[in-house]
Design a binder for this molecule. Structure first.
Ligand code: GLU
Length: 454
């Protein structure tokens, strides 16, 4: 057993797999981090089920089925030629068509898309829906772009990507920088290029073009539901709890709304410019208007909300809370932040974003007995509701908000239960990271075995 980047020892059988991942994927730190975390969880599984090892299931899982990297040329409003790099990593299709979002952010590179695609395999498996794992994006910065520039970029991006998609092949959705507007432009271009109104080739569509109710809310709602389940199991609840949510995008916004519905008070959220603190509890309607309608910043919220304060460049995790919900981006919550949260009496953390907590921070929470829900489980409500959108598109149906929300709640409770039970079975009671990784792995691994060596 040897320690690695994430610090926990690896089972001997998994050491060569890990070394191989490092060798074949140089300089992809986030991908290494995501793989390492899963490998660290799989020790008891390979010890108990050697047939996964014999069939090289783990090596196969770590190698994407297909990776597409392409040039995205477009004209900005000044008529200048701009070039970005587009990606789609089709990681694993054992359970269904590749499924996962598209991220537009200047930090995007192949390693980031691979980490997200890898996590998506397990997350999607946990939803219990028939969806494989994939992820895509571009190193395009939508900040400050006009609506026309966004549209031209989306059209150019889809002009290349369309040949790799299909409702039975690969079904993207949104992620950071990609919301309903972008999905609409992407779908419009796909429709034009293929001459097919293939609704379920993309999810997260607007309601007028085949979108599903609750998809917009689903990731944030699902994360809050997961927190409520974790607390409920221990005789507690979100009612009256002080909550801090990082970020202020789609996931953060709807986590804040659902936390409030459970009686919790979100006292702070953030964006890349700083933190807003609102001791009375963030006013969801005002924040929604600023973010969704005006495409504004949290500083605008503070300016319009009596009593709220904006701290430019502030550290969100310095704000004392009982429940922390990181909804911004990968590795935003460090060991230092975790120590601060623990000292301030934090009792539960749930990842609304993908891998927002560094391995050192996860360890600090474990040592302090803080409940910790990994993104694969806690933020799976978004992709689960995407699968419900595919289901509605396939049957040319459209469900009510209530029915869709009921389905989401059921799915989140089921994910919570599976993670908790699996952790218990494999000797790690209360460890949702182990539970999520093992439960997701077994489901995908069994499907891969059934499909033969493909
Ligand atoms: N980007 C979201 C995620 O990280 C949703 C993906 C989807 O709906 O396909 O899970």
């Amino acid at each position: 057993m040897t320690p690695g980047v994430n610090g926990h020892p690896l089972h001997d059988i998994l050491e060569p797999v890990w070394q191989d991942v490092l060798r074949r994927n140089p300089a992809e730190a986030e991908f290494h981090q995501a793989v390492r975390e899963v490998l660290e969880s799989l020790g008891p599984v390979v010890a108990k089920h050697p047939h996964y090892v014999e069939a090289a299931i783990i090596e196969r899982l770590c190698e994407p089925e297909r990776q597409v990297v392409f040039r995205v040329p477009w004209h900005d409003d000044r008529g200048r030629v701009r070039i970005n790099r587009g990606f789609r990593v089709q990681f694993n299709s054992a359970l269904g068509p590749y499924k996962g979002g598209i991220r537009f952010h200047p930090s995007v590179n192949l390693g980031i898309i691979k980490f997200l695609g890898f996590e998506q395999i397990f997350k999607n498996a946990l939803t219990g829906m028939p969806i494989g794992g994939g992820k895509g994006g571009a190193d395009f910065d939508p900040k400050g772009c006009s609506d026309n520039e966004i549209m031209r970029f989306c059209q150019s991006f889809m002009t290349e990507l369309h040949r790799h998609l299909g409702e039975y092949t690969d079904v993207p959705a949104g992620d950071t920088g990609v919301g309903e507007r972008e999905i609409g432009y992407l779908f419009g271009q796909y429709k034009r290029m293929t001459n097919r109104y293939e609704s379920s080739v993309l999810t997260g569509k607007g309601l007028g073009i085949g979108g599903a109710r609750v998809r917009r809310e689903a990731t944030g709602y699902g994360t809050a539901i997961f927190v409520q389940e974790m607390l409920k199991e221990r005789g507690m609840s979100l009612d009256g709890r002080r909550v801090v949510v990082s970020g202020s995008g789609n996931v953060a916004l709807y986590a804040i709304q659902k936390v409030a519905a459970f009686g919790g008070i979100t006292v702070a959220c953030s964006d890349s410019d700083g933190v807003v603190i609102d001791e009375k509890g963030i006013d969801f309607d005002l924040l929604r208007e600023i973010k969704e309608i005006e495409r504004g910043r949290v500083a605008d919220y503070a300016a319009r909300r009596p009593g709220a304060r904006h701290i430019p460049g502030g550290a969100i995790w310095d704000v004392p809370c009982e429940v922390a919900i990181p909804c911004a981006t990968q590795n935003e919550l460090t060991h230092h932040d975790a120590t601060t949260l623990v000292a301030n009496g934090c009792l539960a953390v749930a990842e609304g974003a993908n891998m927002p907590t560094t391995p050192e921070a996860v360890r600090a929470f474990a040592e302090a007995g803080v409940l910790f829900a990994p993104g694969k489980a806690a933020n799976a409500g978004g992709v689960a509701t995407s699968a419900l959108e595919m289901q509605q598109n396939a049957s040319r149906d459209s469900w009510t908000f209530e029915h869709s929300e009921e389905k989401l709640t059921e799915i989140m409770r089921d994910i919570h239960r599976r993670c908790a039970e699996t952790a218990e079975t494999y000797g790690a009671p209360g460890n949702y990271v182990a539970g999520a990784n093992i439960a997701g792995f077994i489901q995908v691994a069994d499907a891969m075995l059934a499909l033969g060596l493909v």
